[in-house]
Design a binder for this molecule. Structure first.
Ligand code: NDP
Length: 445
């Protein structure tokens, strides 16, 4: 790293002690900026780098709620409004016991550049809570969401900050959150949340968008080598929203996904994942991956080791951050994997990314590859603002175009800074310069 960039990183570490995921995300972006700053030194002036790594606003709050047995719980809520240069803060809410300020900051920081890549006029933010929805009744989840929104509502709005879902927050939670927002504000601001139900302002394709987008990004990367997903064996991690629709799109494009996972283990189904059964187990019954194996002859559940031990041509990490480390990367490469497209946010550790880049395989970083979700959220906002609704084909065509644009922007930026095929540099440089140019135009704010 150049001195000027290194100093900014050191300040981030000193100011945000112990927030290791945030340090990791900042390091990855700043490291990519060396050739950008070398070519355009004005990006290091006016403390622009120091400003971009500091959230505009950080909100942290208490969420008291009562469980079905009458016991009171207290969780912690977060909303990091990171950067509004390009538009209202936009980014999901995560409900998971591991959530803390550092995790939300890393996600919010990534979101700035991801949203810039979509070219849809959305700033970056993220939020969530250390609440664990697993095993909670609908009524408990509803009471928690209502308490969460009782505080959050004063900070958000269709032109201010527009949250969506993430791990642990799907259509059910967005419904409860919206209901409470509407009750307190006495205002049917459909554009205040995305990922809504189709009957009350949601967009077709939003549910599918992140997983579809990650696969479309893999297909675009392959097309630069004259190849496609047709006939390829795909290793997928996760069994949530992103994983399920990554599997669906991969199947549509002629590939064969053979794995998925959750925190209890991973499933290998050499015949190809039975998507209807997986949706039934995870979306309808909210079950565990073991429930799939019980009903699917030939599929096996593995509770030790790593899903990345399974040989395949393409890897789609779709669970969580740092789920694919250096050893897993080495195993994937040894087994002949030639494409990694990140459906999750920062699922590959720095060691894994380095291994993929050294090996020269196609590696699509999350902030580009999984941007289809937020892009379709922006399409949902557009439909809400216009009081209109597009059919599935229209929304999917827009998503496909946006993913192709993001891919091409990454390729162009990587070429411009002398590292053809480096999608990490390409995504960071293209996203950063779009935000930085507007921050300069807005003055010191
Ligand atoms: P879901 O909650 O729908 O699913 C998450 C899946 O990952 C579950 O199967 C979960 O298993 C598994 N998982 C989560 N944490 C862990 C962990 N610590 N160890 C092992 N498995 C884990 O979330 P999404 O599918 O929405 O999100 C997945 C990833 O994609 C996240 O990184 C998210 O930030 C990213 N993303 C999501 C977008 C979206 O539109 N939803 C947009 C862009 C990125 P279990 O149930 O056992 O916890």
């Amino acid at each position: 790293m150049q001195d000027v960039v290194e100093k900014v990183y050191e300040q981030v570490v000193a100011r945000n002690r112990g927030e290791v995921e945030f340090h990791q995300a900042v390091h990855e972006v700043l490291e990519s900026l060396d050739p950008v700053i070398a070519k355009h030194p004005h990006y290091a002036e006016g403390a622009l780098l120091e400003r971009i790594v500091e959230p505009e606003r950080q909100i942290m709050f208490r969420i008291p709620w009562v469980d079905d047995a009458g016991q009171v719980h207290v969780n912690r809520g977060f909303r990091i409004e990171f950067n509004s240069a390009l538009g209202p803060y936009k980014g999901g809410l995560r409900f998971h016991p591991s959530v803390n300020a550092g995790i939300i900051k890393f996600l919010g920081f990534e979101q700035i550049f991801k949203n810039a890549l979509t070219a849809q006029g959305i700033g970056g933010g993220k939020g969530g809570s250390d609440f664990d929805p697993h095993g909670r009744s609908d009524a408990e989840v509803m009471r928690f969401c209502q308490s969460f929104m009782t505080e959050l509502q004063r900070h958000i709005g269709p032109s201010t900050d527009v949250p969506a879902g993430d791990i642990g927050v799907g259509g059910r939670e967005i419904g409860y959150l919206f209901g409470q927002y509407k009750r307190i504000r006495n205002s049917y601001d459909a554009g205040v949340l995305t990922g809504k139900g189709l009957a009350w302002g949601g967009s077709l394709v939003r549910t599918e968008a992140t997983g579809y987008g990650a696969v479309l990004f893999a297909q675009s990367m392959l097309s630069t080598k004259g190849e496609s997903l047709e006939g390829k064996k795909v290793i997928v991690s996760g069994a949530g929203n992103v994983a399920i629709y990554a599997i669906e799109k991969a199947q549509q494009l002629g590939a064969t996904p053979i794995t998925f996972s959750d925190s209890s283990g991973y499933v290998v189904d050499e015949a190809g994942v039975d998507l209807d059964l997986l949706k039934q187990v995870k979306e309808v019954e909210r079950g565990r991956v073991a429930d799939y194996v019980e009903r699917r002859p030939g599929a096996r559940l593995v509770t030790g080791g790593s899903v990345w031990d399974v040989p395949g041509d393409v890897a789609l990490p779709c669970a969580t951050q740092n789920e694919l480390d250096g050893d897993a990367a080495a195993t994937l490469l040894r087994n002949g994997c030639g494409v990694v497209s990140e459906g999750a946010n920062m699922p590959s550790t720095p060691e894994a990314v380095e291994a993929f880049q050294k090996a020269g395989i196609l590696f699509g970083p999350g902030k580009a590859a999984n941007a289809g979700g937020v892009a379709t959220s922006a399409l949902e906002m557009e439909q809400n603002a216009g009081r209109t609704r597009w059919d599935f084909a229209t929304a999917e065509a827009k998503l496909t175009d946006i993913m192709a644009d993001i891919h091409d922007s990454c390729v162009a930026a990587a070429d411009e800074y002398g590292r053809p095929g480096d999608y990490v540099l390409g995504a960071n440089a293209a996203g950063f310069t779009r935000v930085a140019d507007v921050m300069i135009a807005h003055g010191i704010v």
